[in-house]
Design a protein around this ligand. Structure first.
Ligand code: PLP
Length: 393
């Protein structure tokens, strides 16, 4: 039985009529960019997250760019970020003309290691960008303490973490000066195309981001500064407004599926509770579940660690089991970032993760039968693989 990595059709089907009506409403309104749908979405997202302002933008990438522009980050500034994330986290820092400073990750959460940040702070540090990777928060309490002691703003890359909370129950994306979210279709809250949002509780920063979103024009053809076109489409806002009330239950479904995977991998002896790395007797290391509130993880991705990852990929491919590697190459090994990588830089936790991680299907509509199938295909691989290796010894 093939199992896709993500099936957006299954998510959309039950709300299809509402979505069609929302899109029709936009067509009838003749207002396709910004406008009342966008204003309403901004209010609803701000309320949902507990921030005072939200500003809809064209993508998560543009959210990061806009946040850095509004904080006046540019040439000569250094920005500390994890070396293990989606490309945009580092790409936007370079595009704005600043210097990316790559930090290693915590091997348990895959998020930036706070001690690594402390060691990298200089007089030129203009921002820290923690990424809440896979839907789990970075260690915000410790990161905040470092940022505050050096008076450095935090830009949270919460693209994968909408609705998740940190260890103190605070909404991710609302803790730093700015939180950046993506509504790319594969995120927990996905649009029908590219879209994103920035949130802040600093009203001056909010005003500045609103201005920079429309070429720095406070009124038509009067430009106080140079911004860009970072606007969100009304159709995306209308679709997102239909989806937002379902977000909690979709994330709940992802958590339920994570718990089912856990149960099944343990039952079959493929994994054991609390193991950080795979070993010979337990070839699968599962994502650590948070100690505190359930909402500390929304599983935008369900990421395992295995040895012989690339062989497992071949096996999953032939069994038609959806999978993906987030991320196979850390930033400090990307050719385009070479000018900003100190000679001989080694970030071992990220390097190891990039060789071991693999994401399995986790979307909320996944059935228990499909999860069983995925676990069986993984078991088949390691079952066969182990005895072959033993035979060879
Ligand atoms: C998706 C993502 C982005 C970029 O969002 P887009 O909407 O695709 O531009 C940035 N950072 C992280 C961690 C992401 O997962």
């Amino acid at each position: 039985m093939p199992v896709p990595l993500l099936d957006l059709g299954a998510q959309i089907a039950p709300i299809r009529r509402e979505i069609d009506a929302a899109i029709a409403r936009v067509i009838d309104s003749n207002q396709f960019v910004l406008g009342p749908e966008v204003t309403s979405l901004e209010q609803e997202i701000a309320d949902y997250l507990g921030a005072s302002d939200a500003i809809g933008v064209s993508s998560g990438t543009d959210a990061l760019l806009l946040a850095m522009m509004a904080l006046d980050i540019g040439p000569g500034d250094e920005v500390i970020l994890p070396t293990f994330s989606f490309f945009a986290t580092a790409g936007t820092v370079v595009r704005i003309g600043a210097t990316p400073v790559f930090a290693d990750i915590d091997p348990v959460t895959y998020n930036i290691e706070p001690d690594a940040i402390e060691a990298l702070v200089t007089e030129r540090t203009a921002a820290i960008i923690p990424v809440h990777l896979f839907g789990r928060g970075a260690a915000m309490r410790r990161i905040e303490a470092i940022a505050e002691s050096h008076n450095i703003p935090i830009i949270e890359d919460a693209a994968q973490a909408i609705g998740a909370v940190d260890e103190e129950g605070r909404g991710l994306g609302t803790i730093g000066q700015v939180g950046c979210f993506s509504f790319f279709p594969t995120k927990n809250l996905g649009a029908f195309g590219d879209a994103g949002i920035v949130v802040t509780s600093d009203s001056d920063l909010a005003d500045r981001m609103r201005l920079l979103r429309v070429h720095g024009a406070a009124r038509e053809y009067r430009h106080d500064e140079v911004g860009g076109n970072f606007r969100i489409d009304a159709i995306q806002a209308a679709v997102l407004r239909v989806k937002l009330p379902h977000l909690e239950s979709w994330s709940e479904g992802r958590r339920r599926n994570a718990a089912l995977y856990r149960e099944k991998f343990f039952e079959r002896g493929l994994s054991r509770d609390g193991a950080l790395y795979p070993d010979n007797s337990h070839p699968v290391a599962l994502p650590a579940s948070p100690d505190g509130s359930d909402r500390e993880h929304i599983y935008n991705q369900f990421v395992l660690r295995v040895e012989r990852r690339d062989e497992l990929i071949e096996h999953l491919r032939s069994a038609q089991i959806g999978h993906s590697v987030y991320y196979p190459v850390p930033f400090h090994h990307q050719p385009c970032f070479e000018p900003w990588v100190p000679d001989g830089l080694s970030l071992p936790h990220a390097e190891r993760a990039s060789n071991e991680v693999i994401a399995l299907p986790i979307f909320g509509e996944l059935t228990e039968g499909a999860i069983d199938e995925v676990v069986s295909v993984v078991e088949e691989f390691f079952g066969g693989g182990r005895s072959e290796e033993e035979a060879a010894e």
